[in-house]
Design a protein around this ligand. Sequence first.
Ligand SMILES: Cc1cc2nc3c(=O)[nH]c(=O)nc-3n(C[C@H](O)[C@H](O)[C@H](O)COP(=O)(O)O)c2cc1C
Length: 353
Amino acid sequence: MIIHNLLADKAYQKIQIYCFSGTGNSRNVAIWITQVAKENNIESQIINIAQIDRISIEPPEPDSLVVFISPIHGFNYPPIMLHFILRFPKGKNKVVLMNTRAGMLIGKFITPGITGIAFYLSALILIIKGFSIKAFMPVDMPSNWISLHPGLNHRTVKYLHEKNKIKVEAFARKILKGKSHFKALLEVYDILLVPIAFGYYFIGRFFLAKTFYASKDCTNCDICIKACPVKAIIKVDNRPFWTLNCESCMKCMGNCPEKAIETGHGFIIVYSLIFNMILLAVFYKYFDLYFFPIDNALVKMLLESVLFIALNTLWYRIIHYLMRFKKMERIIVFTSFTKYKYWGRRYKALKPD
Ligand SMILES: Cc1cc2nc3c(=O)[nH]c(=O)nc-3n(C[C@H](O)[C@H](O)[C@H](O)COP(=O)(O)O)c2cc1C
């Protein structure tokens, strides 16, 4: 096998790409890699981790190059990919870690997204399992997080798509020759994001994320329910309802033919702000006096933080529960930014060509 590979100037016989993608960016990158593999007569396979048994995972073939690719969610791989890597069987393969993250465009300059701890954490897990890491590669594809920022226009999406295709092809040629690529590790500031990444994993993803709501334009076609990679959307009150399993991958919003899925910005942000203001006022007027007459500033700060997180969680769970009801439609849609034309451009990656 090794002699055959050397004669053919091939470092690998096969490349196996484990991919998760919400709106298609990571899927595109995976496809671009397989195209380069094909040019080099290397067999390739894309494994969509949302469609396989993620509990008893088949080990990769012993001599293949293993690639993991996924978007970044909250400065880390999303839970679906993270848990997949945690459950991945032990092996000795060479591994490439890739992500797609939030690229934007200022003039002709592509502003990079932020990988956070995704590479460090996954590399650590995989090294412990016996794998050796050959390369890291972030790809700044068009950002799909339109709950948080206005959707990108078509010109920007096209520009980022074309530039990244060239970049990914060059990278694929390099790794398929057996070379390493560790430039991404120069982004050392990512380490500073450890607390935020953990905060997002344990709290933020439940709070920020599950604010989707089907407006009255919903025709109950169930495309969102069928498309959801983690089966997080269920039918409640005869309309889609997003459970806490949702990964906020944006696939549902990007695919809805009626653009009926909105993010409840106002509902969550404004009302939570009002709730917190009331909470603060009550806290400093009464609680501080009667319940926590403690002198130690650190203990007091810790108690305050625990109380705020607990009450906010409770408040959010109430809001999330109320979102089950059709009657909430007007109040959510009325205060949502995604219903506006400028903000609400939906995102779906261009065809990989
Ligand atoms: C919930 C959520 C969180 C995100 N967090 C980050 C982030 O921390 N850093 C970043 O660079 N991009 C972030 N993004 C942007 C996506 O990683 C990026 O658009 C990615 O290319 C989407 O890939 P996909 O189309 O394969 O799902 C986030 C997107 C979403 C929806």
